[in-house]
Design a protein around this ligand. Structure first.
Ligand SMILES: Cc1cc2nc3c(=O)[nH]c(=O)nc-3n(C[C@H](O)[C@H](O)[C@H](O)COP(=O)(O)OP(=O)(O)OC[C@H]3O[C@@H](n4cnc5c(N)ncnc54)[C@H](O)[C@@H]3O)c2cc1C
Length: 373
């Protein structure tokens, strides 16, 4: 009898688990069927968005790649791609309600195992630094933002995490010498405050060298028209405002009992959803670790391993606990340098340039989409 693994979301986690199951588990479990449900036709290499919002810097082809053709190499009876969005779940009946986009058009999909890989969206819903629903919606907003960036004489960015810092550096590097005013507002006393003071001070001094005006210890508490009001009472005038602080998990289709107060899926150390043997979660939708693609990969591998153990009849004994790795962060500061840390070790600027800043790793999108590596 068919064993159905239903994967919700085709981001870093969903794509990886789907390929791994089809490559590694299908040869051992011939009646396995993988169903991948996602609202986006194309994978989005969003790490490149920090440069991609500047017109002409990163082509769409280097940020978006079609998903369905990448699975045509597997037997058609073993894989199904469903363009849609999960809107509800019946965990007792093992089925998910999927909206197919057109008004009232929905489908119920049953599963033996469910993988929640629905990731996260930017807190500010109109910022295309993560998928914004469909591929078309994301691309349309990216293109309109590129025009706004080009036309603005001044740009205000809020957010002292990697997205805000990397974006400010890109904009500073490209435009500050031509007179575009770039301002970054950071709520903490220093940018990238999860890093050591030394690594964080490199971010600050490099941003300043790139012509970015960095205001620390302040947050944007109100924004109307061209004016932003800061928590310190100061107001800033800017043609364009980019709120780039934080993400929220895409888990609104799940009952609150399955979620932490901030909306992440509650998980067991095995990466099963708390209280369920046949529901799993990984990546930005989950609650076990840092929300980065670098962490999504080992989590996806772990979920696949556990699923394979269960599907090949090893039962609970085959289900292992996930051991999280050390914190890794490499933040770019324009095309030529960056800062970061790996398990307490500081990453040199030239190293961040080589591994990330030069290309924003767009060359890795092909292997990720076509084979999940
Ligand atoms: C600007 C930026 C730059 C970044 N750069 C880096 C970096 O350099 N290195 C790094 O390690 N991390 C980086 N990250 C973090 C990284 O993007 C995330 O950790 C990663 O995307 C998480 O992968 P995921 O598969 O869990 O979720 P996502 O990539 O968010 O994918 C979720 C998938 O689920 C789909 N989905 C959403 N809702 C539903 C639903 N209801 N039903 C079905 N499908 C749904 C989405 O359409 C999408 O396909 C960056 C983040 C940002 C914002």
């Amino acid at each position: 009898m068919t064993k159905t693994v239903l994967i919700l979301g085709a981001g870093f986690v969903g794509i990886t688990i789907a390929h791994k199951l089809l490559k590694e588990t299908l040869p051992k479990v011939s009646d396995l069927k993988v169903i991948l449900v996602t609202p986006n036709t194309h994978f989005y290499w969003n790490p490149a968005a920090v440069r991609g919002i500047i017109p002409g810097e990163v082509d769409d082809e280097n940020m978006f790649m079609p998903i369905e053709p990448a699975f045509s190499k597997y037997p058609s009876r073993s894989f199904e791609f469903v363009l849609g969005k999960a809107t509800g779940i019946n965990t007792e009946g093992n089925e998910v309600v999927v909206s197919l986009g057109r008004a009232g058009d929905e489908k119920r999909i049953g599963y033996d195992h469910l993988v929640i890989a629905t990731g996260s969206a930017m807190k500010a819903k109109d910022m295309p630094f993560k998928l914004m629903g469909t591929t078309e919606e994301t691309q349309n907003r990216l293109h309109s933002l590129q025009k706004e960036v080009e036309g603005a004489g001044s740009i205000l960015i809020a957010g002292g995490g990697p997205t805000g810092v990397e974006t400010a550096a890109e904009l500073g590097e490209k435009y500050s010498s031509s007179g575009k005013k770039i301002t970054l507002v950071v709520a903490s006393p220093r940018p990238l405050d999860v890093l050591s003071e030394k690594s964080s001070s490199i971010a600050l001094s490099t941003l300043q060298k790139l012509g970015v005006d960095v205001i620390t210890g302040a947050s944007v508490v109100g924004h109307k028209g061209r004016q932003a009001e800061l928590s310190t009472g100061r107001t800033i005038d800017a043609d364009l405002y980019l709120p780039l602080f934080g993400v929220t998990p895409n888990t609104e289709f799940l009952p609150s009992a399955m979620l932490t107060p901030r909306g992440d899926v509650l998980q067991e150390p095995t990466l099963q959803a708390k209280g369920f043997d046949n529901v799993w979660a990984a990546g930005d939708a989950g609650s076990v670790e840092w929300k980065t693609a670098a962490k999504a990969d080992p989590q996806a591998a772990h979920v696949t391993q556990n699923l394979s153990a269960v599907l090949t009849g090893q039962g609970k004994a085959g289900v292992k606990e996930y051991v999280g790795g050390k914190m890794v962060m490499a933040a770019t500061l324009g095309k030529n340098t960056g800062t970061g840390e790996m398990g307490g070790w500081r990453l040199w600027g030239w190293l961040v340039k080589m591994v990330k800043a030069k290309t924003l790793m767009v060359e890795k999108m092909g292997p990720k989409v076509t084979s999940g590596v």
